[in-house]
Design a binder for this molecule. Structure first.
Ligand code: GCV
Length: 647
């Protein structure tokens, strides 16, 4: 039996009886715009018109109010849809525009990556099973459409529905076994302006084609791919393309044949170029068989070392997908130095809204302030010192870039994201990808106003203020009680929830903190360490190269320092560890009290679900606090100045 689900922020009230919508455009996307306005519960009449206005580009829109009537203009149907969602959002937030609003997205690619497996499980999924797959088949039902509505409502225009670890039956997604269903899915997505992408098995020429090799320079392999892709596109002409994880964590790739990453990507790109498709090629390529005794090999360098020299060598329809940080979606990492360094290559920044390392949708961690900070970070590239956001939107001095991708946090739980408040990450990611100058605070406010209906104006204010504060304090809180000062990991191996300070310290994964009785942190300086700090543009490299100049919050990522090292804040490293961990735990207690003020005001079952997760978060924060603090007390022998309980 199909599970009932909620509508997240599209939980509209009663449709307005007298609303008149005039749409001067035909087509499935325009029909979606009209349908959305009709069901939205807003009482405004609307006229939706295609207009030749070059400034609106392919996806933009203009929205203006003429009394009780809204006028939406766009050059293409999809702009009308985005304009309709803007009108609904603004009406529900009480922020109708006074003058004409012209909106064009910053990033041409605004993607979601789902790590869903065909058996229905989701790798790093924390909100139930997949709604795309079940028992090795593709699932299409009303929820498929609701997913597309949710995604389009925040501007998402591309979605990869299967896990980048393409194994077992997923290898055959590009065969006749599944093309009919995929076509059906693409049609549903298309009505919401979304292009479907599939994760691809690099060795499909062997696994499906029966060839003896997947060597990207082998003519037979190339021909096999061309024929296969011609067939796939003959069946699904609107398919966006393919995402590829190659030479990473056991996945096949060009390295097996002595070829480089560009050889691999370009072979696939050539096969789909005639169909207008794109290859999204991940840069998450590293040696996951490292010896922990080896202090010179540095996983953080891997993406740079494998890809920097290939700048300019990728085909036009290849976009590299680069994780925001050089390790793996930690609560704090520096940005990957390829941003701002690649100058002749198209790329996306990959972030993770599935909270693999940030509380797994048990702990509250609103990640949009983190992404906002990343997008506003200067890379040191060019006279203007381009920020990552500017580069990704093609405004940087070298005009590369083109978008964002997020590992998604949805599943078939009734509320989509397990933790009700984790839906703010999905909403916020889309909004930020559309317009990176929006603030995480504004975005949170919009989301709250649309998500929680209130019985009175006073309740509406209370809910808004309280949830806003909760969201905004949640990432700093998580950072306080997790691994300190950018050093990362310290999580339980494999499932990555909860503390285990030495969990990865003597493993093959390349994620170490190098703590001993004198100090902690990884020496990534050029003078005495792995040289990673020197990969940045000089302005940033100067900061990161020495412990004295390095920002406190990244100190242990870049340097191994004594516990007595004094931070810019004036605290010693050890006292900072103690203080932040105790504070993080206290913050969660405060978060619980804050949520409890909303009892009876936020409707069930959401109120109870959040309360239950906050209680689990408190237990987790206690564990982190006690384990991390006791570990460093035992290692260092230095007492807490405030004499709090350590074990
Ligand atoms: C899909 C991390 C995760 C893996 C994930 C991988 C990736 O290592 O733990 O589950 O695999 O990143 O991004 O490919």
């Amino acid at each position: 039996m199909m599970k009932q689900w909620e509508q997240a922020w599209l939980c509209y009230g009663e449709a307005a009886a007298e609303q008149s919508i005039v749409c001067q455009a035909e087509g499935a996307v325009a029909a979606s715009a009209v349908e959305e306005l009709k069901r939205s519960g807003i009482s405004y009449d609307a006229t939706l018109t295609l207009a030749e206005r070059a400034e609106l580009g392919e996806e933009g829109y203009a929205l203006r109010m003429e009394g009780a009537k809204a006028v939406i203009e766009a050059a293409k149907e999809v702009g009308l849809l985005y304009g309709a969602f803007e009108l609904i959002r603004r009406a529900r937030c009480g922020q109708l525009p006074e003058t004409e609003l012209v909106c064009v997205p910053d990033q041409p690619y605004r993607m979601l990556n789902h790590w869903d497996n065909m058996d229905g499980s989701i790798e790093r999924g924390y909100s139930g099973q997949s709604f795309f797959f079940e028992k090795d088949e593709i699932v299409i039902n009303e929820r498929t459409k609701d997913y597309a509505r949710l995604a389009a409502s925040v501007g998402i225009n591309a979605s990869v529905i299967n896990n980048v670890n393409v194994k077992g039956p997923a290898v055959r997604l590009i065969t006749d076994d599944h093309l009919d269903r995929l076509k059906e899915m693409q049609e549903i997505f298309s009505a919401y302006g979304i292009r479907l992408y599939i994760s691809l098995d690099f060795a499909a020429s062997m696994d499906i084609g029966g060839l003896a090799t997947a060597d990207p320079l082998d003519p037979e392999v190339r021909d096999w791919w061309k024929a296969q892709m011609n067939y796939v596109y003959s069946r699904i002409p609107q398919l966006g393309g393919f995402l590829v994880k190659a030479d990473s964590e056991g996945r096949p790739g060009p390295f097996t044949y002595g070829r480089n990453q560009a050889d691999g990507a370009n072979m696939l790109a050539e096969a789909i170029a005639p169909h207008g498709g794109q290859i999204i090629w991940r840069c998450f390529v590293y040696n996951c068989q490292q010896d922990w005794r080896d202090t010179k090999t540095d996983r953080a360098r891997a993406a740079f070392d494998y890809f920097y020299d290939l700048d300019g060598k990728f085909a036009e329809n290849v976009l590299l997908q680069i994780k925001n940080g050089p390790i793996d979606f930690q609560v704090r990492e520096p940005f990957t130095p390829l941003f701002g360094k690649l100058e002749k290559t198209n790329y996306l920044m990959e972030v993770q809204i599935a909270q693999e390392y940030t509380g797994q949708q048990i702990d509250l961690c609103y990640l949009i302030p983190w992404f906002e900070e990343l997008l506003h970070t200067h890379t040191g590239n060019g006279d203007e010192q381009d920020t990552i956001g500017e580069i990704l939107s093609g405004k940087g001095s070298h005009q590369v870039g083109y978008g964002l991708a997020a590992v998604c946090n949805t599943g078939n739980d009734a509320n989509w994201t397990g933790h009700d408040l984790a839906a703010a990450n999905l909403y916020g990611y889309g909004r930020l990808a559309w317009n990176h100058s929006l603030s995480s605070r504004e975005i949170a406010k919009e989301w709250i106003l649309q998500t929680f209906p209130a019985a009175s104006e006073a309740d509406r204010c209370l809910i808004c203020d309280t949830v806003l504060e909760l969201l905004m304090m949640s990432w700093p809180t998580y950072e306080k009680y997790a691994a300190p000062m950018g050093v990362g990991f310290m999580v339980n191996p494999s499932f990555h929830y909860g503390p285990n300070v030495d969990g990865y310290e003597y493993s093959r994964w390349g994620t170490y903190h190098r703590a001993d009785h004198l100090g902690v942190g990884v020496d990534r300086s050029s003078a005495s360490g792995t040289g990673y700090a020197g990969l940045y543009h000089p302005l940033l490299a100067q900061q990161y190269e020495t412990a004295e100049n390095c920002p406190d919050n990244l100190l242990l990522f870049f340097h191994h320092v004594p516990y007595t090292h004094v931070l810019h804040s004036g605290e010693t490293v050890i006292q900072h560890i103690y203080n932040t961990h105790f504070e993080g735990y206290e913050d969660v207690k405060r978060m619980i009290s804050m949520w409890e003020t909303l009892e009876g005001k936020v409707a069930e079952p959401a109120y109870g679900r959040v309360k239950e997760r906050l209680a689990r978060q408190l237990a987790n924060a206690r564990e982190w606090c006690d384990q991390v603090n006791s570990y460093f007390w035992r290692k260092s022998g230095i007492a807490d100045e405030k004499n709090r309980q350590l074990y």
